[in-house]
Write a protein that binds this ligand. Structure first.
Ligand SMILES: N[C@@H](CCC(=O)N[C@@H](CS)C(=O)NCC(=O)O)C(=O)O
Length: 215
């Protein structure tokens, strides 16, 4: 598999999924500042010039959650499930993260790091505060799910955990504070200590999943 992306939460999801499934990949890091993702070449991989995109057997795929599911389904549904109902539980978390919880976490990442460190702009703290307020309503749902389970949907790690973890990784780089959620922090540590996480980090260009130093 060839992966085309610059470092991002959505890339992290794919790297962790591939490492957990032992899928071999070549990572082609793109240069966001130079606008490489808007080049003619990349528009053949993604019609909107976005990342991440992967190429498998000559076919291009985009949308990170879709790519994670594709990799799992090509590998006997490992990290996924075999019944529509169990798949729905995992998809529910993947969607909840992408559209709600993770979206608010991305506000921290964009405002505090990307905007400042890459574009030389200023953090809009009122947007960060608003996202933080929404998260204080949303994160207890995650905390409750981890109350009696090691992972979000049960005793086994699934794509739900990989996707959620990839967004939670933002807390190491921003003011996003998870200290009120001991269950989330302990689950986060469990995933971070897995060999797949270590291999994913080792296979990045700078030994870091993002282009920034953690806080
Ligand atoms: N829903 C997409 C989101 C993709 C996305 O937002 N990519 C961003 C980087 S994380 C991007 O390509 N931004 C550049 C642009 O929109 O021009 C996914 O999960 O892959």
């Amino acid at each position: 598999m060839n992966i085309y992306s610059f470092p991002s939460v959505n890339l992290t999801k794919i790297l962790l999924t591939a490492q957990e499934l032992n899928v071999h990949y070549e990572l082609h890091i793109m240069h966001a500042i130079e606008g490489e993702h808007k080049s003619k070449k990349h528009l053949t991989r993604h019609p909107l010039g976005m990342v991440p995109t992967v190429e498998i057997d000559g076919e291009f795929y985009y949308e990170s959650n879709t790519i994670c599911r594709l990799l799992a389904e090509r590998n006997k549904n490992k990290l996924y499930a075999h019944t529509p109902e169990k798949k729905a539980r995992i998809n529910q978390w993947m969607d909840l993260m992408a559209h709600h919880i993770g979206r608010n976490m991305q506000v921290f990442f964009f405002e505090e790091r990307i905007k400042v460190d890459i574009f030389g702009g200023k953090t809009n703290w009122s947007l960060v505060e608003e996202a933080g307020k929404e998260l204080s309503q949303q994160l207890p749902i995650m905390e409750a799910a981890l109350d009696n389970n090691v992972f979000l949907t049960g005793e086994d790690i699934t794509l739900a955990d990989i996707v959620a973890f990839s967004y939670c990784h933002i807390h190491e780089y921003t003011d996003l504070d998870l200290t009120d959620y001991p269950g989330i922090l302990s689950w986060y540590k469990t995933i971070k200590s897995r060999p797949a996480f270590k291999r994913a980090v080792a296979h990045t260009v700078n030994g870091n999943l993002f282009h920034f130093e953690p806080n």
